[in-house]
Write a protein of this length. Structure first.
Lengths: 124, 122
């Protein structure tokens, strides 16, 4: 196989459909989650280390910045999970048509908006 | 068949399947934690520690962390092999990608060791 094959698809010149945005955001949220895992492990470590550590994690979320970081982390997790579950459903052959793909993408967007708002309501 | 030394399962099909199995494990753990934290209002330090000291919870957490490690390794490897390529970045891309992959693997393993240290150090 030739190593340097020409590439014709230049996505910079194409108007992306909703499915493309849902897809790339799944990738972006996956990369963000890799960093979030470190944050969550740190929270677990501190909260289990001592009663003071536990209290500091609880009161830490009094600060708007910490709360915002946690909210963003939960949003990335919610997005990646919902879009990931759509992936798994599609792996079973469900929703693979053009219309099915668009509908699934919209359902993902709607579900995530609801979850992120709920997470925000829980944190504040 | 193309073989690569830095992907997780040494074949695309096994990576594909492992990424799905681990996704289900992480999703189950996430759901458990969300339900636990939502239902346990005014959680105390004692309750939190005794949850994580139980053997089943330690194993569940360990299983989840190992799943994250495998899932992230496969996932980030796919991302790096898509973008850090000779076609997009020129001849230095291969070395750069290898370094990034090694960095990613190092962080992943560090997460696992850290998690074991947390869970068995309570
Ligand atoms: C904290 C945990 C997680 C991290 C760090 C993570 C990270 C990633 C990354 C980096 C990718 C590669 C994205 C790509 O190739 O475009 C990926 C793919 C994937 N993730 Fe996750 N993920 C996590 C949790 C989850 C959960 C809870 C699900 C739930 C179902 C999930 C489902 C998937 C699926 C199905 C794929 C494969 C996508 C494909 O084949 O294109 N992930 N993940």
């Amino acid at each position: 196989m030739q190593k340097q094959r020409p590439v014709n698809l230049d996505i910079g010149t194409i108007k992306l459909p909703v499915t493309a945005y849902i897809s790339i955001l799944h990738r972006v949220s996956g990369v963000i989650l890799f960093l979030v895992v470190g944050f969550l492990l740190w929270l677990l470590d501190t909260s289990l280390s001592s009663p003071e550590g536990f209290a500091s994690v609880q009161s830490g979320f009094d600060s708007p910045l910490a709360r915002f970081v946690l909210w963003g982390s939960l949003a990335a997790l919610a997005y990646h999970s919902v879009a990931g579950i759509r992936h798994l459903i599609m792996d079973f052959g469900v929703g693979e048509s053009l219309e099915g793909g668009v509908l699934g993408a919209k359902l993902v967007a709607a579900t995530v908006v609801v979850l992120v708002l709920l997470a925000g309501a829980w944190l504040w | 068949m193309v073989n690569s030394v830095t992907n997780f399962g040494r074949s695309g099909l096994s990576d594909w399947l492992l990424q799905r199995v681990t996704a289900v494990v992480i999703a189950a753990y996430t759901l458990f934690m969300v339900v636990y934290l939502l239902t346990a209002d005014s959680l105390t330090y004692g309750q939190w520690v005794s949850l994580h000291q139980s053997l089943w919870m330690r194993l569940f957490s360990l299983f989840a962390v190992l799943s994250v490690a495998i899932h992230a390794w496969i996932g980030l490897w796919s991302v790096l092999t898509d973008y850090v390529t000779v076609r997009l970045l020129g001849p230095k891309a291969t070395l750069l990608r290898l370094l990034l992959e090694l960095g990613m693997i190092t962080v992943t393993l560090a997460y696992v060791i850290w998690a074991i240290d947390i869970l068995w150090g309570i």
